[in-house]
Write a protein that binds this ligand. Structure first.
Ligand code: ZN
Length: 289
């Protein structure tokens, strides 16, 4: 996950062979996970285990979220983490079990990667698998058909799949065809600058996480402050959803025109920024390309 890192506003497309290999592995992991999920009686915590010949144990695990022990066929989940996180962790550990049970994919991964990179790729794939288990293709398609690629769709997916806003954002962005950037914004305490005499305790509405549909090269950095007159801020203030022509409030101060859908959800706003499509040009093309 990219949450917590500071991606630049623009990232060049990465078409290295490794990315191709990883994209192929993600597709296969998604297929494995979807097949698994289709056979389940439901998507509640205990039903999720239905397809696995293993037992489930909740115990305090310190700063680990969970683990899968293939030898004793036990999935361990940290009993001290939030239920929503336990659910994602369970789906992640199930994905470890599915991967271990698939010799083809596993040996391809061992051929392509080694050491720490192999570990990283496996963790990434298990997050992809978890998302596919908890947010089946049909659910994402239904939400997109009904609400369009919008902040509202993000809120619905999050609620119906019972996942975190960031998990829902990544899954929705990946399946969005239109040139749309999504963001989850929340009120946070602004960091005190080093050298300040007193902590300010000042709070502001900022971007927590953002991500775009494939081909959208822009993102909003976590921590970017939303101006108080922006529709996203107004939606939080009024508790009413707002859809209107506005702009993407980049941290640099640059305002890029976009059609904004801002959907308030308690102390957060789930937002989408749809870019106008220019004929013959990709969205987010660097000016002067
Ligand atoms: Zn893992």
């Amino acid at each position: 996950m990219t949450q917590g890192r500071l991606p630049p506003e623009q990232t060049p497309p990465d078409l290295s062979p490794e990315t191709e290999a990883l994209a192929a592995a993600k597709r296969r992991m998604r297929e494995l996970a979807s097949e698994y999920a289709q056979k389940l009686p439901g998507l509640d915590t205990h039903s999720l285990m239905g397809g696995l010949d293993a037992s489930l144990t909740f115990i305090p695990m310190g700063d680990r979220d969970g683990a899968y022990d293939p030898e004793h066929r036990v999935v361990l989940i940290n009993s001290r983490i939030r239920p929503e996180r336990q659910r994602f962790t369970l789906a992640h550990e199930i994905s470890h079990a599915l991967l271990l049970g698939n010799d083809d994919l596993l040996s391809d991964l061992h051929d392509a990667y080694e050491g720490e990179r192999l570990e990283q790729v496996i963790e990434t794939l298990c997050n992809v698998g978890a998302a596919a288990i908890l947010m089946p293709e049909a659910l994402i398609r239904e939400v997109l058909t009904r609400f369009g690629p919008s902040g509202r769709a993000l809120a619905e997916l999050m609620r119906r799949a019972d996942v975190s806003a960031s998990s829902a954002l990544y899954a929705l962005a990946e399946r969005t065809d239109a040139p749309v950037l999504y963001a989850v914004c929340a009120v946070t305490r602004l960091d005190t600058e080093p050298g300040d005499e007193e902590p300010t305790n000042e709070k502001a509405l900022t971007v927590r996480v953002s991500g775009g549909a494939p081909g959208v090269k822009y993102s909003l950095r976590p921590g970017t402050v939303i101006p108080t007159d922006h529709p996203v801020a107004v939606a939080l203030e009024t508790h009413l959803p707002i859809t209107q022509e506005s702009y993407v409030p980049f941290r640099s101060g640059r305002r890029m025109p976009a059609y904004v859908d801002a959907f308030p959800d308690r102390q957060r706003v789930l937002a989408s920024f749809a870019f106008p499509v220019r004929p013959g040009k990709g969205v987010g093309d660097v000016p002067g390309d």
